[in-house]
Design a protein around this ligand. Structure first.
Ligand code: FNR
Length: 185
């Protein structure tokens, strides 16, 4: 069994990225699971808060999910042509602290996908994540890309994918990444 974890970088109820993550659970190859991780409940990073109270529970939960996964998929929105601060903040927290960071990120397969109402489907946000993943020592998978543009036409009001071409690309992406994660595990 290959165990993947997916994290949406959006907090809003109608999020296209959360919809894509939920849809991904229905497009998995046999023998692959996709657990949903969340950035909800993670406070703004504050070194004083960390010193006084340690790592917040929501961060510890996410950290454990990542550390227990064969691969992690980041479902990232794009804000101002880069990573939304909310999502980066969550991963910054998860990157605290040494000495357990190598257990969480080092050599772990990561993939980045994303959806946006614009034409480029989070291309620049996905690219921006590569620097972060490189810094953390994760293995960013580059076998395929999944940029879901014009997202308002891809999902229905319930967040289900209504664009068959996107559904097919999602299936291919998940199969490719799961195979990569399995080979590394
Ligand atoms: C955006 N949006 C956006 N979209 C994009 O494709 N490129 C961009 O640079 C930006 N910039 C941007 C900045 C800010 C502050 C906001 C709030 C939004 C639009 C964004 O893609 C859209 O709100 C998505 O719906 C966000 O993802 P979720 O919440 O649907 O997952």
């Amino acid at each position: 069994m290959v165990k993947l974890v997916g994290i949406s970088g959006s907090l809003r109820n109608g999020s296209f990225n959360t919809s894509l993550l939920k849809a991904a659970t229905d497009h998995l190859p046999d023998g692959v699971t996709l657990e949903i991780g969340t950035i909800s409940g993670i406070p703004l990073y504050d070194g004083d808060l960390e010193a006084a109270e340690g790592i917040p529970d929501a961060v510890t939960t996410l950290k454990r999910q990542i550390a227990g996964a064969d691969g992690v998929i980041l479902f990232t929105p794009e804000y101002n042509n880069s990573i939304p601060g909310t999502f980066k903040n969550a991963i910054d927290w998860v990157s605290r602290r040494h000495p357990d960071i190598p257990d969480v990120f080092k050599g772990r397969p990561f993939a980045v996908v994303g959806a946006s109402p614009g034409n480029y489907g989070t291309l620049l946000s996905q690219n921006a994540w590569l620097t972060v993943l490189h810094t953390l020592g994760a293995q960013a998978w580059s076998g395929k890309r999944l940029m879901v543009g014009n997202a308002a036409k891809v999902f229905d009001a319930q967040g289900r994918i209504i664009d068959e071409a996107v559904a097919s690309r999602l299936t291919d992406f998940l199969a490719g990444f799961a195979a990569f994660a399995a080979a590394k595990g």
